[in-house]
Ligand binder design. Structure first.
Ligand code: CA
Length: 224
């Protein structure tokens, strides 16, 4: 089982990520500050770390620097509320593998984690696994585009993430709550009709019949 280290001082966000990852079969360890992250018991073998930058005590970038200085080379995805380009550049130069700005959706985080874990496995099937094919539609996780009968469709990030959730659960009814959790994460107003609005956007672009309404339950990707 893959071990993921979550370095995050906001316990609400750490718990949200840990819960989602556990549901996907990952083991998680949470460190709420830099000292804890840097002093985890020897023998902990992490496959990947999620690293918040704004931490009490030392900054996340210092943690990253310390790890890389010690030759710890697991993939690191930076998670931060700072959308400052400088931080991003410094993070990537400091040896981070990817960077996500909060708020982010769990589905997108998971997709990025999977890409990083696959890259470290040098999986030769990588290119095939980066595409999900359903009927005449191909969702490409690298270009983040959808091909329908070789017609290329570009979707804004949130719509793509929602499409990905449907593609990963073909024929399965997804409730509004599940879609909120997977696509919007903790960053949503539970009373909003945002799911319905986005289903409308996807239908407009992918075809009206692509996503079925299952009365009283939710939506599903229709497959022939
Ligand atoms: Ca923080």
């Amino acid at each position: 089982m893959k071990q993921i280290l979550i370095v995050e001082d906001e316990s609400r966000i750490a718990a949200f990520i840990a819960k989602g990852l556990k549901a996907k079969g990952y083991n998680t360890t949470i460190a709420e500050d830099a000292d804890t992250a840097l002093n985890l018991p020897f023998g902990y073998q992490f496959d990947l770390a999620l690293l918040d930058l704004g931490l009490p005590g030392q900054d996340g970038l210092e943690v990253l620097e310390a790890w890389r200085g010690q030759g710890i080379n697991f993939p690191v995805i930076i998670l931060t509320a700072r959308d400052d380009v400088t931080d991003k550049v410094v993070g990537l130069q400091g040896g981070a593998d990817d960077y996500m700005t909060k708020p982010f959706s769990f589905a997108e985080l998971l997709a990025r984690i999977e890409v990083r874990l696959k890259n470290t496995n040098h999986d030769q099937q990588k290119s095939e696994q980066m595409q999900i094919v359903r009927d005449n539609m191909t969702l490409d996780l690298r270009t983040r585009k959808i091909l329908i009968d070789n017609r290329e469709i570009e979707l804004p990030a949130r719509e793509f993430t929602m499409a990905e959730v449907f593609f990963r659960h073909p024929g399965q009814v997804m409730s509004r709550q599940q879609l909120l959790d997977l696509v919007w994460g903790y960053d949503y107003d539970p009373g909003s009709n945002i799911v319905d609005v986005y289903v409308g956007y996807l239908r407009k672009k992918l075809g009206n019949k692509t996503i079925e309404t299952v009365r009283g339950m939710g939506y599903r990707l229709s497959i022939r």
